[in-house]
Design a protein around this ligand. Sequence first.
Ligand SMILES: [Zn+2]
Length: 440
Amino acid sequence: MAFEMVVHNGTIVTADSNFNIIEDGYIGVNNGRIEAIASKTDTQPLPQADETIDATGGIIIPGLINTHTHLPMTLFRGLADDLPLNVWLEKHIFPAEAAHVNPNTVRCGTLLACVEMLLSGTTTCCDGYFYEDIVAETVKETGMRAVLAQGVIDFPAPGVPDPSQNVQTAAAYAEKWSSASPLITPSIFCHSPYTCSEKTLQKAKTVANEKDLLFQVHLAETKFEYDQIISEQGLTPVQHLDKIGILDERTLLVHCVWLSDDDIDIIAGRKAKVSHAPESNTKLSSGIAPVHKMIEAEIPVGLGTDGCASNNNMDLFLEMDMAAKLHKVNTLDPTVMDARTVFKTVTIEAAKALGREGDIGSLEIGKQADLVILDADQPHLVPMYNPISHIVYAAKGSDVRDVVVSGRRLVRHRQPVSIDMDAVLAQTNSISRSIKSSSR
Ligand SMILES: [Zn+2]
């Protein structure tokens, strides 16, 4: 059997249903999909391939999935830190967005995000922002896979000066991208129940349902939001969204920090999905989401980095480390969020959160050839008794050596192939100078 690509000589962590780990294995790729995955034997010659990647000394894992991003916000990395969410958002982020978010900066910020994600092993992201058409054009050029949502909010936003057009803009965007690229899946993102009216939420959800799109919304992020929705609606944020018909298996709820046990039952009962962003939640001091309870209730939970202004990076290895340790210390139980459970939140469970588990999230025959090779031949990854332990507790994004998306190599020996990184860094620095001079 001949392949377009063969990856061999590494330890393959499949993240399949049996969590198989294949020592000294190989993966054969044709037409962007995995056609073979097996252990090599000394008697069997390596199959022929147009491109062969030797992963000696490496760990081969599924491409990581970031379930919550705002890609162009890389431009605001480190602009305002150490503030409560409402002050940070209203006094710093919203004004900076109003002044500086335009097609040119969105393109640059998106490229910066993509190169950062690819170099740290992320092959799929789930995004929500404004000018998402530009985001989609840009991500498509990079060869990454993405679920990309046009943002909806009930006040003037970048590219949508008239909020009465917010859902219509999102619908037109989704229509344009419905079959424009196999790598780009359109979606709709309502900012939150405190910035979107009941009517807006319902209109946007109706459009998402009609077009079979993932509907995303920030939910129950802060105590302030939780108390506000209770005082206005007499219901928790989850109960409020449930009452107005937003919760179903095509809805991704982002954050879910402030939940009652009853709220968890509602989310599970509706088969809605959750994105957990522990670094953002800790940095903004929003609280600690009851993630282990959600996972116990069989709610698919994926990790997300959130925007770069509240993290301040897009490295899912750091996010995994945080997720594993935060919930242990919070519950005083070291068995909570074990390494395998955490690894699943950036692979197969993240894929489920996006409704894409048939296609991505594990290394299995028939799935997309989205894979990452970690260089484990380094002091902080030796010895290796358990590769999953290293992935969660010891590895960093900078250990990523090679990245393949849909059978195409996008990172080669730590260098991006599809993005001119030097040009992106130079343009980012140039934009940041004007952001800095106007924010003084
Ligand atoms: Zn967010």
